[in-house]
Structure formats: structure tokens, C-alpha cells
Design a protein around this ligand. Structure first.
Ligand SMILES: [Zn+2]
Length: 258
């Protein structure tokens, strides 16, 4: 069974693994996330066929952990509960996104002389936050977090590998120089799998999770953002974010596992 490719800078964005038979029980019923039955009740998953639901784990990578190149406060606290959810067998599909930038990427402040990280510039007519160099292809910080049960992933969507445009969402890139937001293929993958409901968790709540959830909802999936299995770069914006999610019909849900 191939794991995530290592040692080679690949630009292909989708890594698909064949399905691994899954246990129907949570790993350890004493986990704080509760038993599978409790989790399914909390997520209201019993009313739909398991095969129609997908967990999308956004950018859980070392560079976004405390001490990492683009640290999100408390990012490390969501790794274990997300791992338990992945291993629970509660979802028909488990997909991870992986931020995967070439050196000199347009989103890096270092690529814009005179600019600092967290400056905001105009890029092709849209705001682009400039970040510290992060998730550089092939670097340890760009790996999927080793604390996740990576063998439970059905697919890995790499994003952000075009030099001149960013990609926050797992579904579509940010705007490019032609004013387009090219798809990553995740929408088609989920549809071909018969997925109707998408559950988003990971990092960061107010950037890549938010954009992923927006695109999922716009694509017609019932979309749930697992609020406590995410953390924000700017937590002071969380109230406005919650209001925006609700306005878009995205359900913010607390799992109670972190
Ligand atoms: Zn990035």
C-alpha cells in the first residue's frame, strides 16, 4: 500500500489509495471523542448511508503546528481527535488536503521584496495575505502529520503547487492571472464516490477550512464544519466567521473531542 510520496517533488495533486477494510469501532472506547455510536449521534450520521458521507481533513501538517513555520495556536490539540475520527469508520470516505508549495511561491512574503509576513497585497484583483515560507514541497513541515492514521486516507489532494497562485480550498485554487479558480478534482472525486455530505476539519479554521467549506456548500454538498476540530490563525474573527458559515448554510458542529 503506497503511502504519501516521499523524496521527490511531485506536482500531481491527487494520490488515491484503494479502500482499506475498516473496523466499525473507535480505537479505544475510552477516547475523549467517545464511542463510535456517540460520535455518530453527535454528528447526526445515523440518518444517512455511511457511503454518502466524507471527512475532509484540511492541511494537518507540521508547519501549521506550534513551533512550525506558520504556527496556528493549539493546532496540535486537534491531531488526536481527528485521528480518532478518521479511524472510527464513521465516514464513507476520508480525504486529506496537503498544502504543497514550490520554493519562491507567490504566497510567501519572501517572494515580495520589501514585504513582511501577514502583509496583504493585491494579486490579480483579489486580496492575498503574504505568509512566512511554509509547506515547501518535500520538506518535513509539508508532510501530513505523522500523528494521523494515514492508512485510513482514501485520497490526498495536494494544493498550492502553482507558483503564481495560492490555493486555500481543497476544491478550487485561488484566482490565477486569468481570473479563474481551477478545480483540484476533489469535487469530481467525491461525486464519483456518491458522497452527499462533507465534514470539514483541520487547519486553519478561518483560512483553508473556511474556503473548503464554502466551496463544498457551493458545489451542492451538505456541509458541516467540525468547529472544535479546527483552530484559527486569527481567533478574534471567529464570531464573524460563525455568522458567515450560517449565512451560507454551512453547519458549525462541536464534536467534543479536543
Ligand atoms: Zn499555503
Amino acid at each position: 500500500m503506497p503511502g504519501p510520496p516521499r523524496g521527490r517533488h511531485r506536482e500531481s495533486c491527487v494520490v488515491i489509495q484503494s479502500r482499506i477494510p475498516q473496523s466499525t469501532k473507535m480505537h479505544g472506547t475510552s477516547s475523549r471523542a467517545g464511542t463510535l455510536e456517540q460520535v455518530m449521534d453527535r454528528l447526526d450520521l445515523r440518518r444517512v448511508p455511511r457511503s454518502s458521507t466524507a471527512l475532509v481533513v484540511v492541511d494537518v501538517q507540521p508547519d501549521f503546528m506550534p513551533g512550525g513555520a506558520l504556527a496556528v495556536a493549539e493546532g496540535d490539540r486537534i491531531v488526536s481527535p481527528i485521528g480518532r475520527l478518521m479511524a472510527s469508520g464513521a465516514f464513507g470516505a476520508c480525504v486529506a488536503t496537503q498544502d504543497w508549495h514550490p520554493r519562491g511561491h507567490v504566497s510567501f512574503a519572501s517572494a515580495h521584496p520589501g514585504r513582511e509576513p501577514f502583509d496583504v497585497i493585491d494579486l490579480y484583483g483579489h486580496e492575498q495575505t503574504l505568509w512566512p515560507d511554509h509547506c515547501v514541497q518535500g520538506s518535513p513541515g509539508a508532510e501530513l502529520h505523522p500523528g494521523l492514521p494515514l492508512d485510513r486516507l482514501d485520497a490526498i489532494i495536494r494544493k498550492g503547487f502553482y507558483l503564481r497562485s495560492d490555493s486555500y480550498s481543497g476544491f478550487r485554487n485561488n484566482w490565477n492571472e486569468m481570473g479563474e479558480r481551477p478545480p483540484t478534482g476533489l469535487d469530481g472525486y467525491l461525486r464519483n464516490r456518491g458522497i452527499q455530505e462533507v465534514y470539514v476539519c483541520g487547519l486553519a479554521r478561518d483560512v483553508c477550512c473556511w474556503w473548503t467549506a464554502q466551496d463544498a456548500a457551493e458545489s451542492g454538498f451538505k456541509t458541516v464544519l467540525l468547529w472544535d476540530l479546527t483552530r484559527s490563525v486569527r481567533p478574534q474573527g471567529d464570531a464573524a466567521l460563525l455568522a458567515d458559515l450560517r449565512r451560507r448554510g454551512i453547519v458549525p458542529l462541536t464534536v467534543g473531542g479536543s
